[in-house]
Design a protein around this ligand. Structure first.
Ligand SMILES: [Zn+2]
Ligand SMILES: [Zn+2]
Ligand SMILES: [Zn+2]
Length: 330
């Protein structure tokens, strides 16, 4: 069905501007041409033509990317604006081990290698004058459409700043102009002082469910030092980031009998420009409200744009902190 549709239509890969919300939509029908593969074939296991042998982590070009180095020229349309889908999409194969459930099952050193690899990739990408943003993210769970179970995350090198980060930049810039202080540092200090929403601590990082969480188990992880970019983290901070991510993801996995689907995303400053008022962090959205019950971004959330939270972040943090303390010893 899908194949037939794409063959009848022109090939399109472009950014379309939504003039009502003021944001880009990435449009591509090229991904529909994905070839059929046998059910048990894993393209990320060692020994395929693409992966080869002798690696700890691999960063591969996505074969059917949303963004391209040499994108098809965008269409010309009456009234509407478009832009080229310039960019790069990568898959980070986090380990040669196919059969682990999640990266929290890896050792801290193995997770550190993943972050080190991503950091290096970012350093390369920063040299491209057209690379504006480096979005590193991870989706986990069949329920949210992750079909390939081999542990992997993704990188989108974008020609624009993602809209959620843009809102953070605007608000933190405004805060900084008024108070001469970093909004995120102030949040970290308040959460540290209050303590009830803190989920885990390490030497250089803190994890908490923020006062204003949207998703049921939404954990934000901050470096205690005021830093804007992943590429600015030294070895010690990167290792410690692996430590805290392992703790939090282990908690998310073990809080209910069944591992919970989640999304994890790195929020950092854009690659171009000076954003000293910004503070990088990781956001994890654990999506179960209770055992097996997925929180959907439904009418209110998707249509209205505001979230409803069916508990309190304090209660959720209490549950998660206990799980981390009992089940997630290093
Ligand atoms: Zn595999
Ligand atoms: Zn800060
Ligand atoms: Zn954020």
């Amino acid at each position: 069905m899908k194949m037939v549709r794409s063959m009848n239509y022109k090939r399109v890969q472009e950014l379309r501007w939504d003039p009502t919300l003021g944001e880009w939509v990435m449009v591509s029908n090229i991904r529909d041409l994905r070839p059929w593969q046998p059910q048990d074939f894993c393209p990320f296991c060692p020994g395929t033509p693409e992966t080869g042998f002798g690696w700890d982590i691999l960063i591969l070009r996505n074969k059917f990317p949303m963004l391209n180095e040499e994108p098809i020229p965008p269409g010309k349309y009456k009234f509407y604006s478009t832009a080229p889908s310039y960019g790069r999409c990568y898959v980070v194969v986090e380990t040669p081990k196919h059969d682990i459930d999640d990266i929290s099952d890896l050792d801290v050193t193995e997770i550190y290698k993943v972050f080190k690899g991503v950091k290096r990739k970012q350093e390369d990408e920063m040299r491209d004058p057209k690379a504006i943003y480096f979005l590193f993210f991870r989706n986990k769970g069949k329920e949210i459409g992750v079909s390939l179970t081999h542990p992997h995350s993704q990188i989108y090198v974008l020609p624009f700043i993602p809209v959620k980060v843009l809102r953070e930049l605007i608000n933190s810039n405004r805060y900084y102009s008024k108070k001469k202080q970093c909004l995120f540092c102030d949040i970290v200090n308040i959460e540290k002082e209050y303590g009830e929403r803190v989920v885990a601590n390490t030497d250089y990082w803190i994890a908490f469910i923020p006062f204003y969480a949207h998703w049921p188990f939404e954990v934000h992880i901050y470096p205690l030092t005021h830093i804007q970019l992943l590429s600015q983290l030294n070895t010690e901070l990167t290792k410690d980031m692996a430590r805290i991510v392992k703790k939090v993801l282990c908690g998310i996995k073990n809080i209910f009998e069944k591992p919970m689907p989640y999304m994890m995303v790195l929020h950092q400053a854009p690659l171009k420009g000076i954003y000293t008022f910004y503070h990088m962090h990781i956001e994890i959205y654990g999506m179960y409200r209770m055992v097996g019950k997925l929180k959907y971004a439904a009418g209110m959330e998707t249509g209205g744009g505001n979230f409803t939270y069916d508990s309190t972040p304090e209660e959720a943090a209490h549950m998660l902190r206990n799980t981390v303390e009992i089940k997630c010893k290093e």
